[in-house]
Ligand binder design. Structure first.
Ligand code: SF4
Length: 289
Protein backbone atom coordinates (compact mmCIF):
# COMPACT_ATOMS: atom_id res chain seq x y z
CA UNK A 1 0.00 0.00 0.00
CA UNK A 2 2.70 2.48 1.02
CA UNK A 3 5.47 1.00 -1.10
CA UNK A 4 9.01 1.96 -0.15
CA UNK A 5 8.56 5.69 -0.60
CA UNK A 6 10.61 6.48 2.52
CA UNK A 7 12.38 4.84 5.40
CA UNK A 8 10.02 3.55 8.02
CA UNK A 9 10.39 5.58 11.21
CA UNK A 10 10.26 3.97 14.62
CA UNK A 11 11.60 4.97 18.03
CA UNK A 12 14.97 3.39 18.95
CA UNK A 13 13.31 1.77 21.99
CA UNK A 14 11.07 -0.25 19.66
CA UNK A 15 13.99 -1.96 17.92
CA UNK A 16 12.94 -5.36 19.29
CA UNK A 17 9.21 -4.92 18.65
CA UNK A 18 7.27 -6.36 15.78
CA UNK A 19 6.69 -3.34 13.53
CA UNK A 20 3.50 -3.24 11.47
CA UNK A 21 2.88 -0.21 9.27
CA UNK A 22 -0.79 0.71 9.20
CA UNK A 23 -0.65 4.42 8.39
CA UNK A 24 1.82 6.81 6.88
CA UNK A 25 2.72 10.46 7.17
CA UNK A 26 1.90 13.14 9.69
CA UNK A 27 -1.55 14.77 9.68
CA UNK A 28 0.06 18.12 10.53
CA UNK A 29 3.30 17.95 8.55
CA UNK A 30 3.91 21.62 9.23
CA UNK A 31 6.85 21.83 11.65
CA UNK A 32 9.58 23.77 9.89
CA UNK A 33 12.45 21.67 11.33
CA UNK A 34 10.98 18.29 10.34
CA UNK A 35 11.67 16.55 7.05
CA UNK A 36 10.27 13.15 8.01
CA UNK A 37 7.15 13.16 5.86
CA UNK A 38 7.59 16.10 3.54
CA UNK A 39 5.50 15.49 0.41
CA UNK A 40 3.74 12.48 1.96
CA UNK A 41 0.07 13.00 2.73
CA UNK A 42 -1.32 11.30 5.83
CA UNK A 43 -2.94 7.99 4.88
CA UNK A 44 -4.50 5.09 6.69
CA UNK A 45 -4.48 1.89 4.66
CA UNK A 46 -7.94 0.81 5.83
CA UNK A 47 -9.07 -1.88 8.25
CA UNK A 48 -9.38 -4.66 5.67
CA UNK A 49 -5.75 -4.39 4.58
CA UNK A 50 -4.65 -3.85 8.18
CA UNK A 51 -6.32 -7.07 9.35
CA UNK A 52 -4.63 -8.94 6.47
CA UNK A 53 -1.29 -7.49 7.52
CA UNK A 54 -1.92 -8.54 11.13
CA UNK A 55 -2.64 -12.12 9.94
CA UNK A 56 0.51 -12.20 7.83
CA UNK A 57 2.59 -10.83 10.73
CA UNK A 58 1.07 -13.41 13.10
CA UNK A 59 1.96 -16.26 10.70
CA UNK A 60 5.63 -15.20 10.86
CA UNK A 61 5.82 -14.06 14.50
CA UNK A 62 2.99 -15.73 16.46
CA UNK A 63 4.79 -15.26 19.79
CA UNK A 64 5.29 -11.49 19.44
CA UNK A 65 4.60 -9.72 22.69
CA UNK A 66 5.55 -6.14 21.76
CA UNK A 67 4.13 -4.46 18.69
CA UNK A 68 4.78 -0.98 17.30
CA UNK A 69 2.13 0.29 14.92
CA UNK A 70 3.89 2.54 12.41
CA UNK A 71 4.26 5.06 10.93
CA UNK A 72 3.72 8.69 11.97
CA UNK A 73 0.92 9.55 14.41
CA UNK A 74 -1.19 6.38 14.41
CA UNK A 75 -2.94 7.93 17.42
CA UNK A 76 -4.57 10.34 14.95
CA UNK A 77 -6.86 7.51 13.78
CA UNK A 78 -10.37 7.53 15.22
CA UNK A 79 -11.01 5.85 18.56
CA UNK A 80 -13.16 3.22 16.81
CA UNK A 81 -10.37 2.37 14.36
CA UNK A 82 -7.79 2.12 17.13
CA UNK A 83 -10.13 -0.02 19.24
CA UNK A 84 -10.83 -2.36 16.30
CA UNK A 85 -7.12 -2.76 15.57
CA UNK A 86 -6.24 -3.44 19.19
CA UNK A 87 -9.03 -6.00 19.57
CA UNK A 88 -7.73 -7.77 16.45
CA UNK A 89 -4.16 -7.80 17.79
CA UNK A 90 -5.30 -9.13 21.18
CA UNK A 91 -7.27 -11.92 19.48
CA UNK A 92 -4.37 -12.97 17.27
CA UNK A 93 -1.29 -12.58 19.42
CA UNK A 94 -1.80 -14.68 22.55
CA UNK A 95 1.35 -13.31 24.21
CA UNK A 96 0.64 -9.67 23.43
CA UNK A 97 1.85 -7.43 26.26
CA UNK A 98 2.04 -3.96 24.73
CA UNK A 99 1.29 -1.96 21.63
CA UNK A 100 2.93 1.43 21.09
CA UNK A 101 2.49 4.28 18.60
CA UNK A 102 3.65 7.78 17.72
CA UNK A 103 1.10 10.31 18.99
CA UNK A 104 0.88 14.04 18.35
CA UNK A 105 -0.54 16.02 21.27
CA UNK A 106 -3.61 16.97 19.27
CA UNK A 107 -4.37 13.31 18.52
CA UNK A 108 -4.30 12.45 22.21
CA UNK A 109 -6.51 15.43 23.08
CA UNK A 110 -9.08 14.31 20.49
CA UNK A 111 -9.79 11.19 22.63
CA UNK A 112 -11.96 11.29 25.75
CA UNK A 113 -10.65 10.03 29.09
CA UNK A 114 -12.88 6.95 28.77
CA UNK A 115 -11.50 6.28 25.30
CA UNK A 116 -7.92 6.56 26.54
CA UNK A 117 -8.69 4.15 29.38
CA UNK A 118 -10.32 1.69 26.95
CA UNK A 119 -7.26 1.79 24.67
CA UNK A 120 -5.06 1.15 27.70
CA UNK A 121 -7.23 -1.87 28.64
CA UNK A 122 -6.60 -3.18 25.13
CA UNK A 123 -2.83 -2.96 25.79
CA UNK A 124 -2.02 0.33 24.16
CA UNK A 125 1.09 1.10 26.17
CA UNK A 126 3.56 3.84 25.16
CA UNK A 127 2.73 7.04 23.28
CA UNK A 128 5.78 8.67 21.68
CA UNK A 129 5.18 12.42 21.51
CA UNK A 130 7.45 15.18 20.24
CA UNK A 131 7.26 18.07 22.68
CA UNK A 132 10.34 19.63 21.05
CA UNK A 133 10.23 22.66 23.35
CA UNK A 134 8.27 24.01 26.28
CA UNK A 135 8.93 27.57 25.13
CA UNK A 136 5.83 29.03 23.47
CA UNK A 137 7.80 31.47 21.36
CA UNK A 138 10.01 28.67 20.01
CA UNK A 139 7.01 26.44 19.29
CA UNK A 140 5.34 29.25 17.35
CA UNK A 141 8.55 30.02 15.47
CA UNK A 142 8.87 26.44 14.22
CA UNK A 143 5.13 26.15 13.47
CA UNK A 144 4.42 23.33 15.91
CA UNK A 145 0.69 22.75 15.90
CA UNK A 146 0.17 22.38 19.64
CA UNK A 147 0.95 24.89 22.35
CA UNK A 148 2.99 23.89 25.40
CA UNK A 149 -0.20 23.93 27.50
CA UNK A 150 -1.94 21.56 25.10
CA UNK A 151 0.96 19.14 25.21
CA UNK A 152 1.02 19.25 29.02
CA UNK A 153 -2.69 18.41 29.03
CA UNK A 154 -2.21 15.62 26.47
CA UNK A 155 0.61 14.08 28.50
CA UNK A 156 -1.21 14.37 31.80
CA UNK A 157 -4.46 12.93 30.46
CA UNK A 158 -2.71 10.00 28.79
CA UNK A 159 -0.75 9.14 31.92
CA UNK A 160 -3.85 9.51 34.12
CA UNK A 161 -5.44 6.86 31.89
CA UNK A 162 -2.47 4.55 32.57
CA UNK A 163 -0.66 5.08 29.28
CA UNK A 164 3.06 5.73 29.31
CA UNK A 165 4.36 8.95 27.77
CA UNK A 166 7.70 8.95 26.00
CA UNK A 167 8.56 12.56 25.18
CA UNK A 168 11.19 13.93 22.83
CA UNK A 169 12.79 17.37 23.10
CA UNK A 170 15.09 19.07 20.63
CA UNK A 171 18.29 20.69 21.80
CA UNK A 172 19.21 23.69 19.65
CA UNK A 173 15.69 24.27 18.31
CA UNK A 174 15.57 27.90 19.47
CA UNK A 175 18.94 28.82 17.98
CA UNK A 176 21.52 30.69 20.03
CA UNK A 177 19.32 33.69 20.87
CA UNK A 178 16.65 31.79 22.84
CA UNK A 179 18.74 28.79 23.83
CA UNK A 180 18.46 29.21 27.59
CA UNK A 181 14.81 30.31 27.57
CA UNK A 182 14.05 27.18 25.52
CA UNK A 183 15.93 24.99 28.01
CA UNK A 184 14.27 26.50 31.09
CA UNK A 185 10.74 26.52 29.67
CA UNK A 186 11.16 22.94 28.46
CA UNK A 187 12.17 21.81 31.95
CA UNK A 188 9.09 23.53 33.43
CA UNK A 189 6.74 21.80 30.97
CA UNK A 190 8.37 18.41 31.55
CA UNK A 191 8.03 18.88 35.31
CA UNK A 192 4.29 19.44 34.86
CA UNK A 193 3.94 16.49 32.51
CA UNK A 194 6.18 14.00 34.40
CA UNK A 195 6.72 11.70 31.39
CA UNK A 196 8.03 8.22 32.23
CA UNK A 197 10.53 8.39 29.36
CA UNK A 198 12.39 11.43 28.09
CA UNK A 199 14.71 11.65 25.09
CA UNK A 200 16.80 14.68 24.21
CA UNK A 201 17.94 14.85 20.59
CA UNK A 202 20.08 17.57 19.05
CA UNK A 203 18.51 19.43 16.15
CA UNK A 204 20.47 18.75 12.97
CA UNK A 205 18.87 20.61 10.09
CA UNK A 206 18.34 18.68 6.86
CA UNK A 207 18.08 20.23 3.37
CA UNK A 208 14.43 19.22 2.84
CA UNK A 209 13.17 21.40 5.69
CA UNK A 210 11.95 25.01 5.63
CA UNK A 211 14.23 25.75 8.59
CA UNK A 212 17.31 24.76 6.57
CA UNK A 213 16.11 26.59 3.48
CA UNK A 214 15.57 29.73 5.56
CA UNK A 215 19.20 29.62 6.64
CA UNK A 216 18.69 28.62 10.28
CA UNK A 217 22.02 28.61 12.09
CA UNK A 218 22.58 25.57 14.28
CA UNK A 219 23.97 26.25 17.75
CA UNK A 220 27.61 25.44 18.37
CA UNK A 221 28.69 22.20 19.98
CA UNK A 222 29.49 24.06 23.20
CA UNK A 223 26.14 25.87 23.27
CA UNK A 224 24.22 22.63 22.66
CA UNK A 225 25.84 21.03 25.70
CA UNK A 226 25.29 24.18 27.79
CA UNK A 227 21.62 24.17 26.77
CA UNK A 228 21.18 20.52 27.71
CA UNK A 229 22.83 21.24 31.06
CA UNK A 230 20.43 24.12 31.69
CA UNK A 231 17.46 21.90 30.92
CA UNK A 232 18.65 19.07 33.16
CA UNK A 233 19.35 21.56 35.94
CA UNK A 234 15.68 22.60 35.85
CA UNK A 235 14.23 19.09 35.77
CA UNK A 236 12.36 17.89 38.84
CA UNK A 237 11.22 14.51 37.60
CA UNK A 238 9.97 11.90 39.99
CA UNK A 239 10.25 8.73 37.95
CA UNK A 240 11.69 9.21 34.48
CA UNK A 241 14.16 7.30 32.37
CA UNK A 242 16.27 9.84 30.47
CA UNK A 243 18.23 9.22 27.30
CA UNK A 244 20.33 11.45 25.07
CA UNK A 245 21.96 8.64 23.14
CA UNK A 246 20.66 9.34 19.63
CA UNK A 247 23.41 9.76 17.01
CA UNK A 248 22.64 13.50 16.87
CA UNK A 249 23.86 13.98 20.46
CA UNK A 250 27.38 15.17 21.12
CA UNK A 251 27.95 12.67 23.93
CA UNK A 252 25.71 9.76 24.79
CA UNK A 253 24.03 10.20 28.17
CA UNK A 254 21.49 8.19 30.09
CA UNK A 255 20.14 7.97 33.56
CA UNK A 256 17.12 7.83 35.80
CA UNK A 257 15.52 10.80 37.48
CA UNK A 258 15.71 11.80 40.21
CA UNK A 259 18.67 9.66 41.31
CA UNK A 260 21.08 10.40 38.43
CA UNK A 261 20.48 14.13 38.05
CA UNK A 262 23.66 15.22 39.85
CA UNK A 263 25.77 12.68 37.97
CA UNK A 264 24.40 13.91 34.62
CA UNK A 265 25.13 17.52 35.57
CA UNK A 266 28.68 16.59 36.64
CA UNK A 267 29.25 14.79 33.32
CA UNK A 268 28.07 17.83 31.38
CA UNK A 269 30.12 20.23 33.53
CA UNK A 270 33.23 18.15 32.91
CA UNK A 271 32.56 18.27 29.19
CA UNK A 272 31.94 22.04 29.20
CA UNK A 273 35.19 22.59 31.12
CA UNK A 274 37.24 20.17 29.02
CA UNK A 275 38.07 22.69 26.32
CA UNK A 276 37.22 20.02 23.73
CA UNK A 277 33.91 21.42 22.56
CA UNK A 278 33.75 23.49 19.40
CA UNK A 279 32.65 27.04 20.26
CA UNK A 280 32.38 28.19 16.65
CA UNK A 281 30.40 25.51 14.85
CA UNK A 282 28.06 22.58 15.50
CA UNK A 283 31.06 20.26 15.23
CA UNK A 284 30.94 16.80 13.72
CA UNK A 285 27.46 15.85 12.49
CA UNK A 286 26.09 12.32 12.15
CA UNK A 287 26.10 10.73 8.70
CA UNK A 288 22.51 9.74 9.03
CA UNK A 289 19.71 10.65 11.42
S1 SF4 B 1 7.73 17.01 14.02
FE1 SF4 B 1 6.08 15.53 14.31
S2 SF4 B 1 4.22 16.80 14.26
FE2 SF4 B 1 5.84 18.05 13.37
S3 SF4 B 1 5.68 17.69 11.14
FE3 SF4 B 1 7.21 16.22 11.97
S4 SF4 B 1 6.09 14.35 12.39
FE4 SF4 B 1 4.58 16.03 12.17
Amino acid sequence: MFGNSHTLFRPPAEADSLIIRVADGCPWNGCTFCGMYKGIPYKFQGLEKTERDFSNAWKKYPAASRIFLADGDVMHLSFQTLETMLIALNEKFSRLARVSVYANGNSILAKTDDELRRLKELKLHTLYMGLESGDSETLRAVNKRESAEEMIEAGQRAQAAGLRMSVMVLIGLAGKERSLEHARATAIVLNKMQPRLLSALRLVTTPNTPLYKNGFKMVTEYDAVAELREMIQGLELEQTVFRADHSSNIVPLEGRFPKDKERLLAQLDALLNSGQLDRNSPGRLPWSL
